[in-house]
Write a protein that binds this ligand. Structure first.
Ligand code: HEM
Length: 451
């Protein structure tokens, strides 16, 4: 049995043994999830860790996470790590803070209303149809499902945001996004090396990758402005939205940041959720059979309509369970604005608190047999019986994911279409490894045989 200290009632948090100079960096940076899970099992749900220049509290305690993200959210701002994310996302919704964020959220929220989602759903169908056709041509071959999912969610995001196609730019987007994320994580995990990245070429490489993304988004905004056309997409909604107080529109730079944010936050996350779900599914043919039965009964070979999504309950359960085991946003960080206290735990001013959603979802305190893939955990009755803050793939509190319903409808649509057309088999002998960047990715992909 692991020794579990309840840190919530102790003033001094446990901490793993550390190196005098590197502190925990050498264990944490190369494999953060292993580091976190090991220490949670040895020290308890909340412990303190340190890398040069930064100390943080790591927790998977559901009550503490809820308190930080929701209960007393006014005292907790996004951490400095989000400043690193500005390298890609500028001052968009994910990274902005305070009153400015509130103003932007109010402006963007209506774009995700049920009526607008139903409109956006129309355009998703065509992308999914094309995807199924392309995959059909790969029958008998091996595909990297992580790559396939990234491609389809990127296409859906571009369609929903800009009513455009990515055409030849898809691979460029994929490479640039990976490169930028790896750079951001390097800066977050090894902050003392930041100055060197300007000399060893790493920063210039990031700049080139950013330019690729920036140019694609800029071109799409420019084309819309010049064409004078009006379309049913997120770009149009954000271009037309007016601030409540001034009645003014969003400045161009801000519009670009919001679109880059929605594109990035809106496709990688869903892609990873789908890829990991497939990884779980190929190991559970009995669950695939139930998925097929539901899709056959509700859809009979067709794509789902917006109204039919409600009936695809098992499909939703499978996706929810997939995101429990592999939450795409695997960690969420906050910093205390003022000193605080939570159930005997003293929180200092500026204390960095890392809410590890991955560890929360894998905690045996909240889930019996936590590592097992079991979509029954998400039946209506089971969800009702469990406190809602034991499951947080989309975060919690006012900074809860704005794209939750968008993501769920997109993933249900794709998964139901795929199970109706294909069977997949895991290619033997590959090394499936988690890469916890900003999102939780399969590091070397997941190769499946299409049948
Ligand atoms: C499976 C898919 C998704 C997952 C797991 C996910 C997860 C999350 C999480 C955990 C947060 C909160 C981060 C924090 O509190 O620090 C967040 C925020 C956000 N997400 Fe998502 N997301 C997904 C899909 C999407 C989609 C499809 C969009 C847009 C179309 C989107 C746009 C955003 C934005 C703009 C924010 C910032 C919201 C704010 O702070 O006001 N996400 N997401």
């Amino acid at each position: 049995m692991n020794k579990v200290i309840s840190p919530i009632h102790s003033q001094k948090l446990p901490t793993p043994k550390k190196h005098w100079l590197w502190k925990h960096m050498k264990d944490f940076a190369p494999s953060p999830i292993e580091f976190i899970m090991k220490n949670i099992s040895e020290l308890g749900d909340t412990f303190e860790a340190e890398i040069p220049t930064r100390k943080f509290v790591m927790t998977c305690d559901a009550d503490l996470i809820k308190y930080v993200l929701q209960g007393n959210h006014r005292n907790y701002r996004k951490t400095k790590a989000y400043d690193e994310m500005q390298l890609l996302l500028g001052n968009g919704l994910v990274t902005s803070r305070g009153d400015f964020w509130r103003k932007q959220r109010r402006l963007a929220q209506p774009a995700f209303s049920k009526k607008n989602l139903a409109n956006l759903f129309q355009s998703m169908g065509k992308v999914v149809e094309d995807f199924i056709e392309e995959l059909n041509n790969k029958r008998g071959q091996e595909v990297d499902i992580a790559h396939e999912m990234m491609a389809i969610t990127a296409k859906i995001a571009i369609k929903s945001l800009f009513s455009a196609d990515l055409e030849g730019d898809l691979l460029k987007v994929y490479k640039s996004m990976t490169d930028i994320q790896r750079y951001m994580i390097l800066r977050i995990h090894k902050p003392i090396f930041k100055p060197f990245f300007h000399f060893n070429g790493r920063h210039s490489r990031y700049q080139r990758s950013f330019e690729v993304m920036n140019n694609i988004i800029q071109k799409l905004i420019k084309e819309r402005k010049e064409s004078g056309e009006t379309k049913d997409d997120l770009l149009q909604m954000l271009m037309d939205a007016r601030y409540q107080d001034t009645g003014e529109k969003m400045e161009y730079e801000q519009l670009r940041d919001e679109l880059l944010t929605m594109f990035s936050a809106g496709h990688e996350t869903s892609a990873n959720a789908m890829a990991w779900t497939w990884y779980l599914l190929v190991q559970h043919p009995e669950i695939v059979a139930k998925l097929k039965e539901e899709a056959q009964r509700v859809l009979d070979g067709r794509l789902a309509t917006f109204e039919e999504l409600k009936q695809l309950t098992y499909t939703r359960q499978v996706l929810e369970e997939g995101m429990r085991l592999y939450p795409p946003a695997w960690i969420v960080g906050r910093e205390a604005i003022e000193a605080d206290e939570f159930e005997g735990l003293t929180i200092e001013k500026d204390q960095n608190i890392q809410c590890c959603i991955y560890a929360l979802h894998r905690s045996s305190k909240y889930y019996p047999n936590p590592d097992a893939f079991d979509p029954e955990r998400f039946t209506a009755a089971n969800v009702k019986a469990r406190p809602s803050h034991h499951y947080m793939p989309f975060g919690a509190g006012p900074r809860f994911c704005i794209g939750t319903h968008f993501a769920m409808m997109e993933m249900q649509l794709i998964l139901a279409a795929m199970v109706q057309s294909f069977d997949f088999e895991l290619v033997e002998g590959q090394h499936i490894v988690m890469e916890p960047l900003i999102t939780l990715r399969p590091k070397y992909g997941i190769r499946l045989k299409v049948k």
